[in-house]
Ligand binder design. Structure first.
Ligand code: PLP
Length: 385
């Protein structure tokens, strides 16, 4: 595919990986192992002289098709698929950390990433400190002695964007490895590797899939950094992407750009109308060029409601927006922070980082934007005192 780099993203995502028989989708290699025709072939493969697949925990052609598309979409040299976004996150950071290392993480990070750091990594002697976006941008010495900076831009729930080229420059000065969760923007709206970030990863369950029918993850970086994941955490933690899920993700990628443009148009309309609604006190939704390299608004945003609105009543009055976690699919969803804040357990990052109780997050799907707005406006009218 690399000889066609002049083509736009949507064009080559549409053209990539048909079958040898003329089929326009890749075959699903639903097999655990691959056999060899001779002792010599087997020996050559084990010695690393050839590269064909041996066993699906480490290599599978359908998974490889997805990985190649993701690597190119993010402008990276290589990619590796995982069973979930959390598998991508854990398998990525564990490949580079050892006891005694320090991690700097952005505040309002995805709640399960926070729990990974607090409940799994900290007991193994890895120290994680959390900093606001402004500290990463403005404190040139924040990353001194830090092995890995774990970033999201924008971050979760509050959607605060970060100046990635500036943070990448600080990190380079201190030899800190930078990892970013790019699930919110997708490579359509932001390509962090081109902004100087070392490793980009996704919950592919969201926009990459786009159809709310699979849980998966992927990490993209240089051949060298991905090589370390392939050598250590992919085979040894074993959280591989399944061939059928990879096939669904290839299907999702075909329409990624068209879907992102639609999500963006609906989000632009919502931000415009929300900003003029009397019961909306604040909107959290970074738009195009808020920070360098961010080229648009995705469909995941949050806003705060005045005291006049009964939030449970508002949520129950919606007909098109459904209550649920996750996001990035064709369907519109609402997630009131007050319900998330009520989540039991000692490691609730929303409480720690101070999410406003009057905040609601919405994921704008692919429905007609005017239908969605009418639904939200009607529900607000029914629930405001
Ligand atoms: C959903 C999500 C994850 C976790 O991904 P899974 O596929 O559910 O494991 C990580 N980061 C962000 C920003 C997410 O929204």
């Amino acid at each position: 595919m690399s000889e066609r780099d002049d083509l736009h993203l949507a064009t080559w995502l549409s053209a990539a990986f048909g079958g040898a028989d003329g089929s326009v989708t890749p075959p699903i290699h639903q097999t655990s192992l691959f056999t060899f025709g001779s002792y010599r072939e087997f020996e050559d493969r084990m010695a690393g002289r050839t590269a064909n697949a041996i066993y699906t925990r480490v290599q599978n052609p359908t998974v490889a098709a997805f990985e190649a598309m993701m690597a190119r979409a993010e402008g990276g040299e290589a990619a590796v698929g995982f069973a979930s976004g959390m598998a991508a996150i854990s398998s990525t950071v564990l490949a580079f950390l050892k006891p005694g290392d320090r991690v700097a993480c952005v505040e309002h990070v995805y709640p399960d990433s926070y729990r990974l750091f607090e409940r799994l990594l900290r007991p193994f002697g890895i120290d994680v400190a959390y900093h606001p976006v402004s500290a990463f941008e403005e404190d040139a010495d924040l990353l001194r002695g830090v092995r890995l900076a774990y970033l999201e831009s924008p971050n979760s729930v509050m959607f605060q964007p970060m100046n990635l080229p500036r943070v990448a420059a600080h990190a380079r000065r201190h030899g800190t490895l930078t990892v970013i969760d790019n699930s919110w923007a997708s490579p359509v709206l932001q390509r962090p590797l081109e902004l100087g970030i070392d490793i980009v990863l996704h919950s592919a369950s969201k926009y990459i899939s786009g159809h709310s029918d699979t849980v998966a993850g992927v990490t993209v970086a240089s051949r060298e950094l991905i090589g370390r994941l392939r050598d250590l955490t992919l085979p040894l933690l074993g959280a591989k992407l399944a061939p059928f899920e990879a096939w669904l993700l290839v299907r999702g990628l075909r329409t990624l750009e068209a879907r992102m443009r639609q999500h963006q148009a609906t989000a632009d309309l919502f931000v415009d109308r929300l900003s003029r609604h009397p019961e909306v006190t604040r909107i959290h939704s970074p738009g195009a060029n808020t920070v360098p390299g961010l080229t648009g608004r995705s469909g995941l945003l949050s806003f705060e409601l005045s005291e006049a609105v009964d939030i449970p009543r508002f949520a129950d009055a919606l007909r098109l927006f459904r209550l649920g976690v996750s996001w990035g699919g064709f369907e519109s969803l609402i997630l009131p922070a007050s319900a998330g804040l009520a989540q039991a357990g000692e490691q609730n990052s929303m409480q720690r980082f101070g999410v406003p109780a009057r905040l609601v997050r919405i994921s704008l799907g692919l429905e007609n934007a005017d239908d969605l707005w009418a639904d939200l406006e009607t529900a607000l009218g029914k629930s405001a005192a």
